[in-house]
Design a protein around this ligand. Structure first.
Ligand code: FDA
Length: 301
């Protein structure tokens, strides 16, 4: 059923994906972050939009992020920003992309803010790591993401260790060929735990990004074994997913950051989130197939 999602009308995807997105504009994102901060949770803002086709769209993405940096500081929020390099033109013009991201990281650094480079699908991996390395020659306030499903990730960690990288570890969300990505969930989890352990035991700050309680447990086991203080790591979760686990982690005294996407270009992000949640995706499809129709407000929830 999940495979039918691309055929679902956008208004219906919008209705069901609202839980995953703070809203269409920066004001909505600021309000959401303020609520999280009041509950002792940090945030990272994501301006939605990826795989652009024109340089002016890359410039627009950069402007939107500069506004986000300003708003975070003006409102005294505990938040950083997460960016996707394709929305800064990585696939159009690598130099334009680097120039825009370099300017953003500098502006964020001037107000003591951290910038995370999200990791996209495997054709972008090497280019994203190259941009990260170039940025680190000039800035300290930038980090990277490595995906546990990627066969290359442990090699990437070994190569990056001399830089003491700040790494978000996640499972990985894109559909990849078996030649580049592990497919077996158990192996992906083993690799996730190994990556977290390797990074933490080499003194790197790690964002443990998962809603899988087994991996939260693995992370805590490693933190305990190494005797690390809470400033050495954080947990990260997506807006709209497993609020209960989020609260359990915070109540346990650990740092937790919520990934807060916002903006008009919500569609691709929403479809990825719905595919991860077969229960809701199933409701969306059933609502179409079951005769409820797009205009029927009484669809399955
Ligand atoms: P898993 O998918 O096994 O889910 C564990 C539990 O959470 C299950 O019970 C599941 O039902 C529930 N759950 C997971 N997703 C859900 C959803 N959308 N709705 C409802 N329930 C859900 N990926 C990437 O390739 N590049 C990146 O840069 C990032 N960045 C990133 C940041 C942060 C803060 C997070 C938390 C995740 C990412 N990801 C990502 C996505 C990540 O790779 C992965 O796809 C999702 O986090 C789901 O994997 P879990 O580790 O949660 O396990």
């Amino acid at each position: 059923m999940v495979g039918l999602l691309p055929f679902v009308p956008k208004p219906i995807v919008h209705q069901f994906s609202r839980r995953y997105i703070a809203g269409d504009d920066l004001a909505a994102a600021v309000a959401t972050v303020r609520e999280f901060n009041a509950r002792k949770m940090m945030a990272t803002l994501d301006v939605l939009g990826e795989f652009i086709t024109r340089p002016d769209e890359a410039e627009a993405t950069a402007r939107a992020y500069h506004e986000a940096v300003t708003a975070i500081r003006a409102n005294g929020l505990d938040s950083n920003i997460s960016i996707k390099l394709t929305s800064f033109g990585l696939l159009l013009d690598k130099e334009l992309c680097f120039r825009l991201v370099d300017g953003l990281v500098a502006a964020a650094g001037a107000v003591d803010m951290f910038v995370r480079l999200d990791m996209e699908d495997s054709p972008c991996t090497t280019d994203t790591l190259n941009v990260y390395r170039r940025l680190r020659e000039r800035h300290q306030n930038v980090g990277i993401v490595l995906q546990a499903y990627m066969r290359r990730s442990m090699d990437d960690i070994r190569a990056l260790l001399p830089l003491k990288p700040n790494v978000r570890v996640c499972k990985g969300i894109y559909v990849e060929p078996r030649a580049v990505a592990y497919k077996d969930p158990f192996t992906i989890n083993q690799n996730f735990a190994l990556m977290v352990e390797t990074l933490l035991s080499n003194g790197c700050y790690v964002g443990i990004a998962t809603h899988d309680e087994k991996l939260v447990w693995e992370g805590l086991r490693t933190v305990g074994r190494l005797g690390l203080p809470r400033e050495a790591y954080e947990f990260q979760m997506l807006l709209g997913v497993d609020e209960e686990l989020r609260q359990i982690i915070v109540d346990g005294g650990h740092r937790l950051r919520v990934y807060v996407p916002f903006g008009a270009r919500w569609y691709a992000y929403s479809v990825r989130r719905l595919k991860e949640n077969p229960a809701i995706a199933g409701h969306v499809i059933k609502r179409i197939l079951g005769g409820g129709g797009a205009s029927n407000g009484n669809g399955a929830r």
